[in-house]
Each structure stands twice: as structure tokens, then as C-alpha cells.
Ligand binder design. Sequence first.
Ligand code: PAF
Length: 282
Amino acid sequence: MLVFTNKNKIDGHVSSLKNKGFKVGFVPTMGALHEGHLSLVEEGLSFNNFLVVSIFVNPTQFDNAEDLEKYPRTLDKDVNLLKTVSKDIIVYAPSVEDVYEGQTKAQHFSFDGLEFEMEGRFRKGHFDGVGTIVKRLFEIVKPDNAYFGEKDFQQLTIIKKLVQKHNIPVKITGCKIHRETSGLAMSSRNTRLQPDYKNAAPFIYKTLKEAKQKFGTKSANKVTEWVTKQFAKHNLLELEYFIIADVKTLKTVKRKSKTKTYRAFIAVYAGDIRLIDNIALN
Ligand code: PAF
């Protein structure tokens, strides 16, 4: 399996594959790979001849220096894991210097307001950082297809907008959330949960599933109040937000409409680890 750390080298390699008519898929990651990433990798491998997986902890999308510093970095383990999956995987694991060339700054984007909802409200500048790195990676790798998990549904929606607004010739595919048997959505951050918090965290998905049931007969406001109460009673998990939003605009729903599609989004602190999840409601 080829591992590149230099953008010009991977660019040259992928261009030569594409010139030979091969389809190239792309799964951008920040490493600490888990089964959720592997499901994106499997999806990518089944629709492309080769699959690039980038492993890069992107500094410009963190609004908290401690979170960036503590983000798990397990490059050797990740590369060994990918080796067991397929020889058609190409890894791009650059340094900050290779990607940012001494200018570790986010570009400013407009995503037509999508960036101000939910994560955008609680993590200032996050989507400028995500937009900057994803656009840059698309320019370097030039994939035909790229795969993103629905766990970061807002990110997925924003990346579709990025590609559309900047005319980037890549097809974006969203992939279902992968869960641990407890129901906890898979995340690289789960490895940092202390045992008590790890045991408590499945409460998040359990509550989302109950909220979905209630949404069948109750208003979005009532469901939101109910969820807020459940977390107020919980002694380990702290709710940051629970929002029922229209999947297209990501704006909080005021009155339900039969013609619209909704999703519930949640962010919760388990100690100092921030976990997010979401569920389709209709
Ligand atoms: O979802 C992630 O892991 C990151 O936000 C991404 C898309 C790899 C950009 O750094």
C-alpha cells in the first residue's frame, strides 16, 4: 500500500491513475480510524478502482487548543489497519507544513447560512476550517467521488454546498452512521471516554430514538422540552443542544410540515469529551 506525505507526489500518482481511466474515490479522515471510517472505506472501494484515505488532524477546524492537542493520533496503527483492508488504498498523511505551507489559517466561506446553525453556533470558525481543508484536499487528490459520514450531517451538507458553490468536480456520497453495539455513534473521540462516561454515553442514542417516536404525535417544541428534561435529570451527561431541524436548511423547525424532512441533532458533554449524534425523524 502506498503512503504519501507530499502533496505533489500524491497529486502526480493519482493523476497518472486517472489518465489511465481508473476511478478514484476519497475518504478524508483525521485518523484514529474505527469501524465507522472502515464502512466509508468499503463503500469507496466498491465504487472506485482506487481509494485515497487522508489522515490529517486539521488545526484550523479546532476552536479549542486542548481538544486539538488531545485529539488521538495513531498513524502507524491506522496505516496497518488499512493495509489489511485492500491493496487499492492509497494513504495521504501530510504534515501541517505540506498542506498549509506556513500559512495555517482558514479561508472564510459563505455556505448560505448553513454554517451558522448548530455546530457553527457552538464551535466558532469550525466550518471555515473544514471548508479550507476539504477544498484543499480535493484540489490535491482530485477524486471522482468522496465519502462522508452522516454522523457529521451538518458537515456533509456544507461539503455538498462547498462543491456546488466552487464548481468542484467531485460527487459527494453520505454514508449511514455506524454505531457500537451499545448504540453509541462511532467516533475517534470515544477512545478518550473514561469508563463511567462510556457506560453513560449510549443514553444519547436511546433518547434520540424516543424523541423520534414522540415526534410522530408531538410538536418539535414539546419533544425538545422532553429531551432537555431527560438530560437535566442525568448526573453525568450535559446537554449542549438538541435541535429538530429541516434537513435542507438546517434551521430549527417552528411548525411541522408534512412536505418537509426533519432530523434531530444533539451535542452532549461526557466529562470534557464532546459527542454529537443525529437521527432521521420522518
Ligand atoms: O470529519 C472529519 O474527520 C473532518 O472534519 C474532515 C472531513 C476529515 C476534515 O478535516
